[in-house]
Each structure stands twice: as C-alpha cells, then as structure tokens.
Design a protein around this ligand. Structure first.
Ligand code: MG
Length: 387
C-alpha cells in the first residue's frame, strides 16, 4: 500500500476531526493533521530539540542522538508502519515530531531534578513536573507564534497523542479545565487513536535501537555483551551469513537496521491481525477496545529484554550516572536562583501568579548548552569541561 491509497476504516479522518480549541477556518485542502505537523516544525520548542539530550549529554559528541534526531526517527518508523496499515501518516508525523517537546535539558535526569524542585515547595502544592504534560503545555500555551491565541492550537487528535501518559490527579485537573477533553480517556480508561498508539510503539523501537547504537559507539557497551539478547544475536547472525567478514561500525549498523525492520514488520503483522479480529467500524470504535496497535507476544518480550538490558548496562552505567548527577545539580541551582530572585528571569517569564511554574517553564524550555551557560553566569562555576 502506498501513500494516497485507501485508508483503513478505523484510521483517523481529518475531515471528522474533533477540531481545535480556538475555532479556525478549515485547513487548506482539509489537511488538518498536515497543518498540525507544519505548526510543530515551525515552533521554537521544536528547534530547541537539536540541543537537548537523549541519553548522552549534548556536548559529549556530535554523533549521538539528540531529542531532535530521536523525534525524526520516531516519525520515520511511525510513517512506514502507518503507510503499511493504512493509517493517517500526517497525524502520526505530527504526534511523533511533537511528542518530546516538553522535555527538559539533560534528559530524564533533568526532568527528575525539576520535578524534585517543584515538589520540595511544600507551602505551594503543585503537580510537580511531568514531560508528557509539559509537551501538551508547550503546544497549548507556551508557544507564541499566533496573533489570535497562545500555543499552536493543534487538533484534538494530535493533542491526545502528545498526552501519552497522565497521572490520575492531573487527568482530573485537566478535565476540569477542558471537559471531555484530552485527559478524559485516562479517567475512562479508553484508548487514543490508532495513530497515537502507533507513535508510542515507534518511540519504543526508536529508542531501544538508537540507545544500543549510541551505547556501543560511545564505548560504554560492547558488541559481545549484546549476545545475551536473542533478537540482536539473530539479527547479527543474518548479517554475518551474507557478509562473513563484516566487523565494527558497519556490522553494528546492519544489525540495528535489521532489528528495526523486524520490529516494524512484526508490528504491522500483529496489528493487522488485531484489526481484522476486532473489526472496528471506525476511528471511534477503536477507543473502546484493547490497544490494537501491538507487537506479537514474542516481539514484545524481545523489546522487554532490550529495555532491561539498556537499563542495567547503559542508563545505570557509572559514567552516565556521574554525568547526569552533575546535570541534576545544574537544574537545582538554576531553580533556586530564579525562584530566589525573579529579576534574573527574562521579563516575559516573570508575569503570572505562580512564579514556581514560570521558573519551571523557563528551565524546561532550555537547551543543554543554554542551561550550562546560564548556570555559569549565575554561579560562576563550570560544571563540564568543553561544554
Ligand atoms: Mg520519545
């Protein structure tokens, strides 16, 4: 099936979108999701992803994934699968490119540090910091690109895909602001669109694969170690069956490409079976079912193994932990400095009745390198050489 061919009857249909929060004329050619994707690409937050950490801090090397290249890889994998399944490629792309817009600098360490800072303000209870909610906040409120409204005013379907997870207390708070809105499904325990389900799994394929790739190229993981993973062993065996002499970089690249292909093919087959069995009448019917976009049980187990391997061997590697520990300190210092003296913030970030939230928004929007520069300016200390 190629682009432009018939969509699956349960695919999201832009002409039946639940629309935008601020009414606007229809997008040219009825291309509502393509319009969302374009707004994301032209946003400030999207450009900043290029200098935000995925696993390796931005200054550690030019060849590691950043949030930007990660988001592009998710979009590529998602679109390939969407095309094969007859799902809406533009919606998949819009969600994929926007799914990490709310990430802080310094990856998960940055998010945890900012969350801890907010939670420590016991006299001002607040929901802490959560990157899925922050991504929604970026596209709903923080982007300043339009004269008529704050945010990007994306369609309901793109926004629900961006809000991939939502703790119940936040779901109720969002539901109070936007009744029957994007948080409703967490309260009802229903599913999002097939396109949103697909992006979640494309995200998994992307990070499992590229974190192994970056891990090996950084020297923190060794190819031999990967032999404990049956999917890697099998894929490497396939490469060596055709290219017996292949070693090093090309062997790694060929192996990882085969792994991604196996995963996409498995996802497409398993999802087709699930769609055929469930036979949802339209895009609304899929919401009442189990998630229909899925891997086979065998591939789900392979993915769980990859995740466990990465957690044990890369994310908790002493060098990664040491670096992210320092990055945590940077976030903590910045938060304390801005909250202690709001005059240190740019004027447009001082407004509002919740200074802690304004500070969190400002810090969350920073790139790694801007955060390090600000930290040096405010404390006089350099945390990383060569940053
Ligand atoms: Mg991601």
């Amino acid at each position: 099936m190629t682009a432009g061919s018939v969509l699956h009857r349960a695919a999201s249909d832009p002409t039946r979108s639940r629309g935008r929060r601020h009414p606007e004329p229809r997008a040219p050619f009825g291309d509502e999701y393509g319009c969302d994707r374009d707004r994301v690409v032209h946003s400030t937050a999207f450009r900043r992803l290029v200098y935000k950490t995925q696993v390796f801090l931005n200054h550690e090397g030019d060849l590691f994934r950043t949030r930007l290249t990660h988001s592009l890889e998710v979009a590529q994998l998602g679109r390939s699968a969407a095309r094969a399944l007859g799902l809406n490629e533009d919606l998949v792309e819009a969600i994929a490119l926007a799914h990490d817009l709310g990430h802080t600098p310094f990856g998960h360490a940055g998010q945890e540090a900012l969350d801890a800072c907010l939670r420590s303000l016991q006299h001002q209870p607040n929901g802490g910091f959560e990157h899925n909610l922050q991504s929604l906040r970026v596209v709903d409120r923080l982007e300043q690109q339009h004269a008529a409204f704050d945010g990007l005013n994306l369609t309901f379907e793109t926004r629900e895909g961006i809000l991939k997870r939502c703790p119940m207390r936040h779901a109720h708070a969002l539901e109070a602001i936007e009744p029957d809105g994007v948080a409703r499904r967490f309260i009802d325990r229903t599913q999002p669109s097939l396109e949103a389900q697909l992006v979640n799994l494309a995200d998994e394929i992307a990070y499992n694969s590229h974190d192994i790739d970056d891990g090996v190229r950084s020297g923190l993981l060794h190819l031999d170690q990967l032999d404990e993973l049956p999917l890697v062993r099998r894929s490497r065996g396939e490469v060596l069956a055709s290219y017996r002499q292949l070693r090093g970089r090309r062997l790694l690249a060929e192996t990882m490409r085969r792994i991604r292909s196996h995963q996409v093919a498995d996802l497409v087959d398993a999802t087709r079976l699930a769609l055929d069995a469930a036979a949802p009448a339209d895009s609304t019917a899929v919401r009442q079912r189990e998630p229909l976009v899925r891997f086979s049980p065998e591939m789900a187990e392979h993915n769980a193994q990859l995740k466990r391997f990465l957690r044990g061997n890369l994310y908790r590697h002493a060098r990664v932990v040491e670096t992210t520990g320092r990055a945590r300190g940077v976030i903590g210092d910045l938060f304390a400095a801005y909250l202690g003296d709001p005059q240190l913030l740019p004027a447009e970030h001082r407004a509002g009745d919740k200074p802690h939230r304004a500070v969190a928004d400002y810090i969350a929007g920073m790139t790694d390198r801007f955060a390090l520069r600000e930290h040096c300016r405010l404390t006089g200390r350099t945390v990383f050489d060569g940053a």
